[in-house]
Design a protein around this ligand. Structure first.
Ligand code: NAD
Ligand code: ZN
Length: 268
């Protein structure tokens, strides 16, 4: 499994523990007909995009309280745009989906995944091939004018950024902003409604790589549990929902999730 060439009786206790966790996850996946995968920054850590929290988290040069806050954006939009131009743009552009992103696509092909609900803004689920992705916090590759709401795509913004910071709307001169939910803003109502519907209907919700401390997004896994679904949490660090989860695995996503999905696919 983690190394199928090693005979069972030669495996160390940590290797056996890993096998047990993968098997338990596989059994829960097998027993479910309507699965929701709920992801946070941890699933993209293996694609090279830093998380905010957890080991190795946080961009050190820029302060998330500034680049991720609507109050600060209104005060000084240049801070966000410098961060975007110097750090985020390259990191997000060059990132490729991780093994766990790809395994999520595999689950969808297998016919039992009803939705991916993500807090991430990097678009990596779609890049991997997932077709039903509910983005709770928007997407950092889409933009619009704060004043007249005209949408802008990445090439247009890059072109304006070459000579102007912050980039301004070509129609009205308003400041352009990313189509993401900044701290202090409401989540998009239609997306949250749909995400709530999916969490109420699912029979298994698998959290991958989320600290589950950012609200209201972190409510969704708990809602799923209250509605009768099984709850699995795969996260490096402990989360506030560990005590109510049916299975909790404190490991990297790539270490367990792809193997469990592969075992299901092989068996189906
Ligand atoms: P978070 O940064 O609060 O927590 C990430 C969690 O992932 C940590 O608890 C850490 O232990 C865990 N983790 C790190 N590497 C992992 C791995 N390889 N496998 C499994 N777990 C791993 O992230 P969050 O809960 O998503 O919330 C932070 C907010 O930041 C979100 O609103 C999100 O929009 C935003 N954010 C997005 C990105 C992105 O789009 N890739 C990156 C950073 C932050
Ligand atoms: Zn405008």
């Amino acid at each position: 499994m983690n190394d199928s060439n090693v005979p069972e009786n030669r495996k160390s206790e940590p290797e056996r523990q890993l096998d047990r966790e993968i098997r338990s996850l596989k059994e829960l996946l097998d027993a479910s007909k309507r699965i929701v995968v709920f992801t946070g920054a941890g699933i993209s850590a293996e694609s090279g995009i830093p998380t905010y929290r957890g080991a190795g988290g946080m961009w050190t040069k820029y302060d998330p309280d500034k680049y991720a806050s609507i109050d600060y954006f209104r005060k000084d939009p240049s801070y966000y745009w410098r961060f975007f131009r110097d750090v985020r743009h390259d990191v997000m552009n060059e990132a490729e989906p991780s093994a766990a992103h790809r395994a999520t696509v595999e689950l969808e092909r297998w016919g039992r995944l009803s939705a991916v609900i993500t807090q991430n803004i990097d678009g990596l689920h779609q890049k991997a091939g997932s077709t039903r992705v509910l983005e709770l916090h928007g997407n950092t590759t889409r933009f619009y004018c704060f004043d007249c709401r005209t949408p802008y795509d990445m090439p247009a913004v890059r072109r304006i950024l070459e000579h102007q910071l912050p980039p301004l709307c070509e129609k009205c001169g308003g400041v352009l902003r990313p189509d993401v939910v900044l701290f202090g803003e409401m989540l998009p109502v239609d997306v949250i409604d749909e995400a709530q519907r999916e969490t109420q209907l699912c029979d298994l919700l698998v959290v991958i790589g989320s600290s589950l401390v950012v609200y209201p997004a972190a409510n969704l896994p708990y809602q799923a549990k209250l509605s009768g679904a099984k709850l699995v949490i795969i996260n490096m660090d402990p989360t506030p929902l560990d005590s109510v989860a049916d299975l909790c695995i404190h490991r990297s996503a790539g270490e367990v999730f792809p193997q469990a999905v592969e075992m299901c696919s092989a068996a189906s």
